[in-house]
Design a protein around this ligand. Structure first.
Ligand code: ZN
Length: 122
């Protein structure tokens, strides 16, 4: 608890320091970059490009994964997760939702049975 508080204070102090000395820090960074020779600059650039390329691969992979992730909408249809919000605006969604509501009113005992089944001893 005490440790956490101290960390927070340090973080705040750092933030404060940064805000107060922002221009100084930026100036220092600029000077540091200027002080590097071409080789060092190029090396830095290369490292950054490599890092970027590596991350880009990871990011696009993650994005693909997320895109392929399926989620079941409350209308009962399975949709791609990123498309869920868009799907909720479609006629298809409203139609399914309407149909679902109708079928639920037609079979009133259905939800209750489901509740009992899941609540019983394993
Ligand atoms: Zn839906």
């Amino acid at each position: 608890m005490e440790q956490k508080k101290t960390n927070q204070t340090v973080l705040n102090k750092k933030k404060e320091y940064y805000l107060e000395n922002k221009s100084k820090i930026l100036e220092k960074q600029k000077k540091y970059i200027e002080s590097l020779n071409e080789e060092q600059k190029n090396h830095k650039k290369e490292v950054r490009q490599e890092y970027y390329a590596f991350n880009l691969e990871k990011i696009s992979e993650r994005r693909k994964e997320r895109y392929n992730e399926m989620i079941t909408c409350n209308c009962g249809l399975e949709v791609h997760k990123p498309n869920l919000e868009r799907h909720k605006q479609t006629q298809k969604h409203f139609k399914e939702l309407k149909y679902l509501k109708q079928s639920q009113t037609l079979i009133p005992g259905r939800s209750q049975t489901l509740c009992m089944a899941s609540g019983g001893p394993a």
